[in-house]
Design a protein around this ligand. Structure first.
Ligand SMILES: [Mn+2]
Length: 288
């Protein structure tokens, strides 16, 4: 808990403090959505892809923003305090958004469960909830929760144990190195563990089981669908008449779930969006 109280949020939250940002906020037109869901950012770890997330936050805007858990990695912070300026910049952007009028709902996950004790309270306009019911523009009811609630049912499966494992954090670190090299070579972002997840049979089985358990639970609660995070695997599937959405993560997947103004849902893979943007601006660059 000590490490948490040392987090330097407060220093940068005053008005007109933009100059204290490590990565300045980008001006200009932002893509607007009705709703944005992001989770599993794991601020306070080396694996966190804060730069990509900052690019995302500076490119989009929404009426409502759901933070679906594991935003700050309290487990890792307790072991070793790690808080680069870019991680502060992420928190600053979220708080600023709440101030500008976006409804921000924070649903702590298992890595930031220390914030669950503040359920029902609100800090700087950020509402802290254990779960939420979201009604889409076309009237579908979606249950929003982190997803670790299902771990007890999932105990037979090993992937989650692996997620907290040294091998996983090694892979995440390797991912950072690989992509730093790729960036220098002008190659697009590439996800190591995404590939591993799709190749390892047990992981595939685990993800599928998780999705079915979540969908079953949603059906029992009489909602049309469920939005969660936790397993770092962005997805949209219909399972037994229930819409299953997972907004993925910002460790290596770099994905968000968005709702358009007509209620249409979409998973955004931000590395792909950046690649599209770079391609679109290429003729302009050549012309210049
Ligand atoms: Mn989690």
């Amino acid at each position: 808990m000590n490490a948490i109280t040392r987090l330097p949020f407060a220093a940068d939250m005053g008005d007109g403090q933009e100059g204290t940002l490590h990565i300045p906020e980008r001006e200009g037109q932002r893509r607007r959505y009705r709703t944005i869901w992001i989770s599993d950012i794991h601020l306070g770890t080396r694996g966190c892809n804060a730069k990509m997330l900052i690019d995302f936050l500076d490119s989009v805007d929404s009426e409502t923003l759901y933070l679906v858990g594991d935003i700050i990695d309290g487990w890792r912070l307790k072991k070793r305090f790690y808080w680069p300026a870019a991680h502060n910049d992420v928190v600053w952007r979220v708080m600023k958004r709440a101030k500008r009028g976006t409804r921000v709902v924070y649903i702590p996950g298992n890595h930031d469960e220390m914030f669950r004790q503040f359920t029902g309270m609100s800090f700087g306009g950020v509402e802290i909830r254990r779960k939420a019911l979201h009604v889409t523009a076309d009237g579908r009811k979606l249950l929003v929760l982190h997803g670790d609630e299902f771990d007890t049912i999932m105990l037979a499966h090993r992937w989650l144990a692996f997620v907290g494992d040294a091998a996983y954090s090694m892979m995440m670190r390797l991912n950072v190195v690989v992509n730093a090299v790729r960036q220098r070579l002008g190659l697009p972002y590439w996800s190591l563990s995404k590939m591993a997840k799709h190749k390892v049979k047990n992981a595939v089985e685990f993800i599928s089981k998780f999705e079915h358990v979540v969908a079953h639970e949603a059906a029992m609660r009489g909602v049309d669908g469920v939005v969660c995070g936790h397993i770092h695997n962005a997805e949209y599937r219909e399972i037994a008449g229930i819409e299953y959405y997972n907004d993925g993560d910002w460790v290596e997947g770099c994905t968000a779930l968005v709702e358009h103004f007509d209620g249409r849902m979409e998973v955004l893979h931000w590395a792909d969006e950046i690649a599209k943007r770079d391609k679109a601006s290429e003729p302009a660059r050549i012309a210049a």
